[in-house]
Design a protein around this ligand. Sequence first.
Ligand code: SAM
Ligand code: F3S
Length: 461
Amino acid sequence: MLHAEPQSLHIQAIEPTLKPQKLYIRTFGCQMNEYDSDKVADLLRESRTLDTTSTPDDADIIVLNTCSVREKASEKVFSDLGRLREIKRDRPHVRIAVGGCVASQEGAAILKRAPWVDVVFGPQTIHRVPAMLAEREAGGQAQVDVSFPEIEKFDHLPPPRKEGSAAFVSIMEGCSKYCSFCVVPYTRGEEFSRPLGDILAEVGALAEAGVLEVTLLGQNVNAWRGELDDGSTADFADLLEWVCDTSGLERVRYTTSHPLEFSQRLIDAYRRLPKLVSQVHLPVQSGSDRILAAMKRGYTTLEYKSIIRRLREARPDVSISSDFIVGFPGETEADFEATMKLIQDVGFDGAFSFLYSPRPGTPAANLSDDVSAAVKSARLKALQAATDAHAASVSASMVGTRQRVLVTGNARKDSDELAARTDNNRVVNFAAPAALIGHFTEVMISEAMAHTLRGQWRAPA
Ligand code: SAM
Ligand code: F3S
């Protein structure tokens, strides 16, 4: 077991602080962590007067929401904690909380390495952070709770706050797939679906408050199951149908789905539900069946390609992005070539690709590996060049087309311009009135750059 039960350790007493306090949160890793960080901020706001700050230097409460999916992310946390020691030395009233997957794996050991930490919480105990912090302030005890009280987390989350016209809705927690390389099932716990009624109530409240686009979040959203009043079980395709039925909502996304549960029912949803965007992020990890089996992914490349073929039959313009791991133990040149061939065959529109990172406690960490670091890096570079080239050709093919976009705010580089997102999740910058922020509009794509598109907007006649 990698998770610990609630406990507390005694360290030095701390001074009370003046209010309002300033909160600084640094988030590492996935969108689930981003979501959790927002909820921690909301929860803390319920119990005290808070302003947020973008630097730890003037913060009263510092939260690190950590990621342990790769070694580098894990290490960053401990170097950050080293720096926070000085802040705590200079301003002893500052509270430091460490959450997320490193916290889940290390538990009370974080306090041994960094005794200046006040609270250690896991991905399933974010709702307990205000109480843990209060306990620490009252009793002088450092608090550790990285348990998995499943349903409790969803039950105690504050109601959603509307920020802009797009929002994330968590529909499930954890993962039970146990891919041989991955730490997530150990740090976030087994798959657990949020009840159907709660999800629909949250989506409905967001739409009523003016949200136009929701992204349903989970490690494996298509493993979601819900119990209906008549005792039958609803699946993710049913959930999408009901979410798309929400009046006021115009666009529905989800991430991440898993090939294993990408059912024909889910594929057929793309024929029926126009609000479902024409974009799917479907991690494949490798194009070699031998490596896929060693990774315990539960599908072959043929099965993966069959999903893509049927998806494209259902929704011809669907864009597919993916995750790849390069340099899994024992990956041969032939295995890597099979991955490159899959990339050509599928034509991915974007990818996240990573060098394999052995994670303590996972089965793959014990596999022997004779491929040099230099070979792995060269393979990663070649893979990224191939996926980037395809993404660039998709961007180029969009030039001259009209796209329906959701305007998210001002452009990053030029605040006189607006930024918006296309259906296939590309950023388009264009000149138009700021009153369009938060609304859908149409732009003509005029230019494709490396990471963004340029568009031309015309006021409707
Ligand atoms: N649920 C997703 C799926 O269907 O595979 C994956 C979620 S995982 C947190 C995000 C990505 O991190 C994975 O798709 C994988 O590419 C990468 N990843 C996970 N463990 C890794 C490891 N040990 N080394 C390198 N990359 C890793
Ligand atoms: Fe990790 Fe595999 Fe689940 S990559 S999050 S164990 S699907």
